[in-house]
Write a protein that binds this ligand. Structure first.
Ligand code: GLN
Length: 277
């Protein structure tokens, strides 16, 4: 028989203490605060075995978010699986900017049409649908497995998001949007980050275009004007070293009012523009 405190102490030899607490809390279906207050509580053999198995997987590199099956984004818990990219805090910048564009609190959002390309877990589309309840949001992804995760998240969070299996724009029915957002794969093939940390376990097609990192962005920027209403906005996330390149792509595609936004670290990570009226 092992106790909470002993199990955590043993796990700390392999993985960070904070991660061990999250994993044990998950196994016991208790909060981290409960664990702190019940360090003497006994673990059943099955609970200990489940916890040790998770610790082993984490020690072998599996992301905590996949082991827990959930990750917080913009204040809500999203289900995640290895079929989807793990929501990242920097993507909240894209969401914040999108909300401003559509005009939260104003009447401008009424009936606005929003498209999220490459929706993955649906964290962007679901958040926008909940923060901008007067809009109608469509989430597109080429992966049926990703769409299943997005559908699950939309249902759990009661977000009225339309889900479409589509290779970027190719599977969409003809219409025009007020706002298109995307967090596409933008890591260049061969980038050493792909072989490090959580990225090793994430869907490769959500991370890299298997080319120079700009292939998906090139396609989205060049094609989006056809799918935007006059005055409509395209906003997307990109890599830390792609600001100049995507600025050129936006200008070449006829976008006006090109904007480039810095993340908390001061790096331009979100760019976009408006189709002239
Ligand atoms: N920001 C991710 C990273 O960790 C990449 C996400 C993406 O390609 N859209 O590198």
């Amino acid at each position: 028989m092992s106790a909470v405190g002993e199990a955590l102490a043993a796990a700390r030899q392999r993985i960070p203490a904070a991660e061990a607490r999250l994993l044990l809390a998950q196994v016991l279906k208790r909060s981290a605060a409960w664990l702190e207050a019940h360090r003497e509580a006994a673990l059943a053999p099955l609970q200990l075995a489940s916890f040790n198995a998770l610790v082993e997987r984490r020690a072998a590199g599996e992301p905590v978010a996949y082991l827990l099956g959930t990750r917080e984004f913009y204040g809500r818990d999203f289900a995640v699986s290895p079929a989807v990219l793990i929501p990242r805090p920097e993507t909240e910048l894209l969401v914040e900017l999108a909300i401003v564009k559509v005009g939260a609190g104003g009447t401008a959002q009424r009936a606005a049409r929003i498209l999220d390309l490459g929706a993955g877990s649906g964290c962007i589309a679901v958040t926008l649908a909940l923060e901008l309840p007067l809009t109608r949001v469509t989430a597109a992804d080429v992966s049926p497995d990703a769409l299943a995760v997005a559908r699950d998240n939309a249902a759990r969070l009661s977000a009225p998001v339309e889900l479409v299996e589509s290779d970027w724009f190719a599977g969409l029915r003809e219409e025009r949007f007020d706002l298109i957002v995307a967090n596409p794969p933008y890591v260049a093939s061969g980038d050493p980050h792909l072989a490090q940390g959580d990225l090793r376990f994430e869907p490769i097609g959500a991370l890299t275009d298997h080319a120079d990192g700009l292939a998906a962005l090139r396609h989205i920027v060049a094609t989006a004007p056809h799918w935007l209403k006059p005055g409509g906005w395209l906003l997307f996330e990109h890599g830390y070293d792609q600001a100049a390149a995507v600025g050129d792509l936006l200008a070449a595609a006829g976008f006006a009012d090109i904007e480039q936004h810095r993340d908390l670290a001061g790096v331009v990570r979100v760019s976009g523009g408006r189709i002239p009226d």
